[in-house]
Write a protein that binds this ligand. Structure first.
Ligand SMILES: [Zn+2]
Length: 272
């Protein structure tokens, strides 16, 4: 690897991955401390926030300003002379069977909606709506999108604060391929064979060779450390007992028979 890659310009992909731990939403939701993660979710629906979809921001920090006329002040006592309108939109996101609420801030909302909060607010004012709790339908365009997301998960509030979004399909697939195998019984079986020390990361990278962003080997080695062999026993489907089979109201003999031949001869063989 060349040493010159550590320059100051990051690609959008590197910005998502930088200092982030790659993990699935279910893993994120089980974290016990604030952690910056890179993950993939689908935006399910915009969640109503009683404070509205935009706020008047401080020019110096991300906080809300107060006051009816300039200078507007935030709680850090920064003084802002002009009105700065910023998005803050809560969105229910999902992945697998998990659902959580992520807060999308100004930059990412503008990126996804394709319009600034100020401009959208102006359009609302033109039709006589000045209530930030009146959500314009334009905001719904955030819904139903699969996104790579950099998010700071805050267990205290069970909320994720979004720090970056990316819609590239191959990047998204590359991220998903790096979620730890504890999520998927099929991958678990592969992982159960004893591994030489350095094999895990190179294999993971190999599986999405069409992506050229920097893979964070730190996260990958963490994953290996956290791998819990006891999960294997819990998830491996081949350990079913005869009693279980009877419970499902299937003749045990038939099921075992079909199982033995299932690798090559499905039942449809007769129908040809
Ligand atoms: Zn401020």
């Amino acid at each position: 690897m060349s040493q010159s890659t550590g320059g100051s310009t990051y690609t959008p992909e590197q910005k998502i991955l930088n200092k982030a731990e790659i993990m699935s939403l279910s893993q994120i939701m089980s974290l016990s401390q604030e952690t910056v993660c890179a993950t993939v979710v689908k935006t399910a629906r915009v969640r109503f926030n009683p404070k509205g979809w935009y706020y008047q921001g401080c020019y110096k920090c991300p906080k809300t300003t107060f006051g009816d006329k300039p200078p507007y002040k935030c709680d850090q006592n920064h003084q802002t002379e002009t009105q700065i309108w910023k998005y803050r939109i809560d969105v229910d996101v999902e992945y697998g069977n998990c659902e959580a609420t992520f807060t999308f801030w100004d930059r990412e909302c503008e990126q996804l909606i394709g319009e600034s909060a100020a401009s959208l607010r102006d359009q609302m004012l033109e039709i006589g709506i000045d209530d930030p709790c009146d959500y314009p339908t334009t905001i719904d365009t955030i819904e139903g999108r699969t996104l790579a997301i950099k998010v700071k998960w805050q267990p205290k509030w069970s909320n994720g604060s979004v720090q970056g979004v990316h819609e590239g399909k191959s990047f998204i697939e590359g991220l998903k391929a790096q979620f730890t195998p504890t999520q998927d019984p099929k991958l678990l079986e592969q992982a159960s064979s004893p591994l030489p020390e350095d094999v895990t990361s190179s294999q993971a990278v190999e599986s999405n060779s069409d992506t050229d962003y920097v893979i964070q080997t730190v996260s990958l080695s963490d994953d290996t450390d956290q791998f819990d062999p006891s999960l294997l026993a819990m998830n491996t489907p081949s350990k079913r007992s005869g009693a279980d089979i009877k419970d499902e109201n299937v003749e045990a003999g038939e099921l075992i028979g079909s199982k033995m031949s299932s690798t090559k001869m499905p039942k449809q063989a007769k129908m040809e």
